[in-house]
Design a protein around this ligand. Structure first.
Ligand code: FAD
Ligand code: NDP
Length: 488
């Protein structure tokens, strides 16, 4: 007997055949259906619509375990890049206020930061972006369905609204762009019950107060940085190294600066339980692996920043045979973003082996749409993708870390993350300082074009800037000389 999904699909197909909503192929309702209205999904949908295709986007946000929810636009807009960068900016303004008296400004003390004012402004801005995305979809004639999608068959997706209303959508091509959500270490007692994640932090109406952040990568260090910067007592619990995968000399500079800025680091520690005290504070117990001791402290907020998990649970991927990596749960794709099932593609954070970054998701989505619409055959190039960690002292980089360069080319062949031989091609560029993202963005073009060390030395600096230091690099580690800049 056919299930409701199959019956509904049949109804939808009959509808399409009767010409109610015909795609280019004439068989399915849409040319393209995108599941997930985040960075990658929206870019892909809008690009395809621009080429005259009939496109629909399904987007649905499951509330976080603490009940936080948000609108259209995905992680970056609602609980990622945008609110993070605004809160980082709030912290930078606080630092500028501290410097201001030295520049002659008479700043009345004590200076007080209001979380609720900042949060309200950030949340209003995010809501304006949610609205902007809806308008853009409307303008481009992309059908937006605020529904959670799951596969019925390779061309049919069942959409479910919050109220439980079902809609069946059929499409010639389907793109999965459902991103990821923060992980909870559910093996730790009290973790799920009392802890929050970055999905909640940006939507708190009141200050998180004294905060412990567990984890030591992008999300943890960025959030700890801005919380410290706005004056909150903030600690980072780090079980191993900071910023795994990044150049470790630079990662140390980031954390050393954060320590001098006021962030506490509980190094080589991992939490074992979280309990609620009568005072409503959260008591965290952890093991210190260096000392072999068990330690505790109480906090107003405990935030888990222990990585993100792909959002595939409810998609019904097994039903249609879309293959995932059994360890990471991410969707396996080839260079053209195709999954193991013809006509089903995947882009962005949900895909195996891709950077979890907004610009790569957007670029991959646009290029995929262009290929699907026959306007290009260009594949996404994931090499030399620049990125920046927005810690109080920002860290931007492009290309290989020193460790990766040495591993790939051998220690004797690498100097200052450049090849030593022949034209001395630059393998990686790493910059710590104000506006690191702005600095690295420009140099990323050079690296993409195969820039060499002699070309970098011929590049005239802009004075006085921090970026000009990159054009003056001449002291290498191997020389043993002190690279500290002592004058203009
Ligand atoms: P997402 O943007 O996550 O969108 C997926 C969408 O699909 C979501 O709306 C989700 O609710 C929806 N969805 C899931 N399942 C279903 C379903 N079954 N049906 C319908 N809809 C569904 N990147 C940067 O480049 N720069 C930064 O500064 C930066 N900062 C970040 C800060 C934080 C705190 C975090 C967490 C991430 C940050 N990122 C940053 C990463 C960036 O946000 C992601 O790489 C990017 O959003 C991924 O886009 P995506 O399209 O793959 O998925
Ligand atoms: P990551 O997976 O990069 O890091 C997870 C961190 O949590 C690591 O420090 C890891 O330590 C630690 N950890 C994992 N499990 C545990 C545990 N059980 N107990 C204690 N610590 C644990 O995740 P993030 O959430 O920081 O970032 C996800 C992605 O989002 C990034 O890769 C990035 O692409 C994107 N992003 C981009 C930003 C930007 O562009 N500025 C900003 C924020 C996010 P260990 O190293 O020991 O495994």
């Amino acid at each position: 007997m056919a299930g409701p999904c199959a019956m509904a699909a049949l109804r939808a197909r009959r509808g399409a055949v009767r010409g109610l909503c015909r795609s280019l192929s004439g068989k399915n309702e849409y040319d393209l259906l995108v599941i997930g209205g985040g960075s990658g999904g929206l870019a892909c949908a809008k690009e395809a619509a621009q080429f005259g295709r009939k496109v629909a986007v399904l987007d649905y946000v499951d509330p976080s375990p603490q009940g936080t929810t948000w609108g259209l636009g995905g992680t970056c807009v609602n609980v990622g890049c945008i609110p993070k960068k605004l809160m980082h900016q709030a912290a930078l303004l606080g630092s500028a206020l501290k410097d201001a008296p030295h520049y002659g400004w008479n700043v009345a003390h004590p200076v007080h930061h209001s979380w609720s004012v900042m949060a309200q402004a950030v949340q209003n801005y995010v809501k304006s972006l949610n609205w902007g995305h809806r308008v853009q979809l409307q303008d481009k004639k992309v059908k937006y369905l605020n529904m959670k999608g799951s596969f019925c068959d390779p061309h049919t997706v069942r959409g479910l609204t919050k109220a439980g209303k079902e809609t069946i959508v059929t499409a010639d091509n389907i793109v999965i762009a459902t991103g990821g959500r923060p992980k909870y270490p559910t093996h730790i007692a009290g973790a799920l019950q009392y802890g929050i994640t970055s999905d909640d932090l940006f939507w708190l109406k009141e200050s998180p107060g004294k905060t412990l952040i567990v984890g030591a990568s992008y999300v943890s260090l960025e959030c700890a940085g801005f919380l410290t910067g706005i004056g909150l007592d903030t600690a980072v619990m780090m079980r191993s190294i900071p910023l795994r995968g990044f150049d470790q000399q630079m990662a140390s500079l980031v954390t050393e600066h954060m320590e001098s800025y006021g962030t506490k680091f509980l190094k080589r520690c991992f939490p074992t339980k979280v309990e609620k005290l009568e005072s409503n504070r959260l008591q965290v117990t952890w093991k210190n692996t260096d000392l072999g001791t068990e330690e505790t402290d109480s906090f107003d907020t405990v935030m888990w920043a222990v990585g993100r998990a792909p959002d595939t649970k409810t998609l019904n991927l097994e039903r249609v045979g879309v293959k995932t990596n059994s360890e990471t749960g991410k969707i396996i794709v080839d260079a053209s973003e195709a999954t193991s099932v013809p006509h089903i593609y995947a882009i962005g954070d949900i895909t195996e082996g891709r950077p979890e970054l907004t610009p790569t998701a957007i670029a991959a989505g646009k290029l995929l749409a262009q290929r699907l619409c026959g306007h290009s055959s260009e594949l996404m190039d994931y090499d030399s993708v620049p990125t920046t960690v927005f810690t109080p002292l920002e860290y931007g980089c492009v290309g290989l870390s020193e460790e990766a360069a040495v591993q790939r080319h051998g220690a004797d062949n690498v100097e200052m993350v450049c090849l030593r031989e022949r034209e001395q091609r630059i393998l990686g560029l790493h910059f710590i300082g104000p506006n690191a993202g702005e600095v690295i963005q420009g140099f990323a073009l050079g690296i993409k074009c195969g820039a060499t060390y002699p070309q970098l030395m011929k590049t005239v600096g802009i004075h006085p800037t921090c970026a000009e230091e990159v054009t003056k690099l001449h002291i290498t580690k191997r020389s043993g000389l002190d690279a500290t800049v002592t004058g203009c």
